[in-house]
Design a protein around this ligand. Structure first.
Ligand code: ADP
Ligand code: MG
Length: 306
C-alpha cells in the first residue's frame, strides 16, 4: 500500500462563476472523490484542501454583524476546517455507499495546527489577500494592513513557511489503522510558541507547502496536487505555452529558477513538489481535477520524480 496525499485546490469545492452554496460544494466534490474512491484498493489516503473562499465568507459574515464578537483569523481557519471537513466526509460517504463499500472505510477530519517561526521574514511583508474586497475609503477603517488588488482593497496577512504539523503523530497512527484522513485544511491553523505554549496567529499558510510537510512527517509516497489546469506549464499564457509531462527534479528546478511558475499559484505547487521529493517522497503530480485517475496511472498531469 502506497501512502497518497491528495491536495485539493479551491475549484474542488467552488467552480469559477459559482456562488459557493452548500449544494454546489457538495455536488462539486462528488466527481473528484469518486476518482479517489477508486484508488483506495491500493493506497492509504490523506486529503488536504484549500479554504480561500470559505474563510473569506466567514470573515464577511463576521464583519457584516456587529452584535457578536469577531474571531481572530486562526479561529476562522479552524471553523473552515470543520465545515469543509464535514462536506468532504459527507461526499465521501455518498461515493463509498454508491460503490457498495460504505462500511469498508473509516474516515476522520483532523483539526491541524502548523508551527511557523515567529522570525519568518513573511511577517515583515504581509502579502496574502484574504476576505472581501472594499472600496479605498472603507478600507481605512480597519485596523489591519490592506492592499489594492484587482478586485478592490483587501486585507493582507503574512504567509509564513510551515515548519511542523502538530498532529503528525496522531495522523500517523490513524494511517496505520487505515483511516482516510482529512487534514491541513487551508494550510493548517498557524501557530507559534510563546514561553513554550502554542499561540494562534493571524496568517495563512500555503496548503500545498503544508501538504508537502505532512508528506515528509508521515513518509508519504505520492503527493497529488489537484487544480484547474492540466499541470505545470512553461511559458504559461503565451503562444508557446507547454504543459510539462514527465520531468526530473533537476529540470523542474531549472525552470523554477527562470521564474516560470507564478508566486501564489503554480509557484508554491512546484516548490511543494521539490520539498516533497527532497524529503523522501517518490513522486509528486500536479493534475487537473477531472483527470485524477489518469494522473495516478501516469498518463496525465505533470509527473515529477527524482
Ligand atoms: P489551487 O486553488 O488549485 O491551488 P491556484 O490558482 O493557486 O489553484 O493555482 C493554479 C493556477 O496557477 C492556474 O489556474 C493557473 O492560472 C496558474 N498558473 C500560474 N503559472 C502557471 C504555470 N506556469 N503553469 C500552469 N499554471 C500556472
Ligand atoms: Mg493555490
Amino acid at each position: 500500500m502506497k501512502t497518497l496525499i491528495v491536495a485539493f485546490g479551491g475549484n474542488a469545492l467552488i467552480k469559477k462563476g459559482q456562488k459557493g452554496t452548500a449544494e454546489e460544494q457538495l455536488e462539486n466534490l462528488k466527481k473528484p472523490l469518486g476518482s479517489i474512491a477508486d484508488l483506495l484498493k491500493n493506497h492509504k489516503l490523506i486529503i488536504t484542501h484549500g479554504n480561500g473562499p470559505q474563510v473569506g465568507n466567514i470573515l464577511l459574515q463576521q464583519t457584516s454583524n456587529t452584535e457578536v464578537p469577531q474571531m481572530p483569523l486562526d479561529i476562522c481557519v479552524a471553523q473552515s476546517q470543520g465545515q469543509i471537513g464535514y462536506m468532504i466526509e459527507h461526499a465521501l460517504d455518498q461515493v463509498l455507499t454508491d460503490r457498495g463499500i460504505g462500511d469498508d472505510h473509516l474516515f476522520l477530519t483532523v483539526l491541524s495546527y502548523v508551527h511557523v517561526s515567529s522570525t519568518d521574514p513573511a511577517f515583515q511583508n504581509p502579502s496574502k489577500p484574504i476576505g472581501p474586497a472594499y472600496p479605498e475609503n472603507k478600507s481605512k477603517e480597519f485596523g489591519y494592513p490592506m492592499k489594492k488588488t484587482a478586485k478592490g482593497w483587501r486585507r493582507v496577512v503574512p504567509s509564513p513557511l510551515p515548519e511542523k504539523i502538530y498532529q503528525r503523530r496522531e495522523i500517523k497512527k490513524l494511517l496505520e489503522d487505515n483511516f482516510i484522513i482529512i487534514t491541513c485544511g487551508g494550510g493548517g491553523i498557524p501557530v507559534t510558541k510563546e514561553n513554550g505554549k502554542i499561540k494562534g496567529i493571524e496568517a495563512v499558510i500555503d496548503k500545498d507547502l503544508a501538504s508537502a510537510k505532512l508528506g515528509e512527517h508521515v513518509k508519504a509516497n505520492i503527493l497529488l496536487m489537484v487544480t484547474d489546469v492540466e499541470g505545470a506549464a512553461i511559458n504559461f499564457g503565451k503562444d508557446n505555452q507547454k504543459f510539462l509531462k514527465e520531468i526530473k527534479l533537476v529540470d523542474l528546478k531549472k525552470y523554477q529558477s527562470e521564474g516560470q511558475f507564478a508566486d501564489g499559484s503554480m509557484g508554491p505547487k512546484v516548490q511543494a513538489a521539490i520539498n516533497f521529493l527532497e524529503s523522501g517522497g517518490e513522486k509528486a503530480i500536479i493534475c487537473n481535477i477531472n483527470k485524477i485517475g489518469e494522473a495516478t496511472l501516469g498518463t496525465s498531469g505533470t509527473q515529477i520524480t527524482k
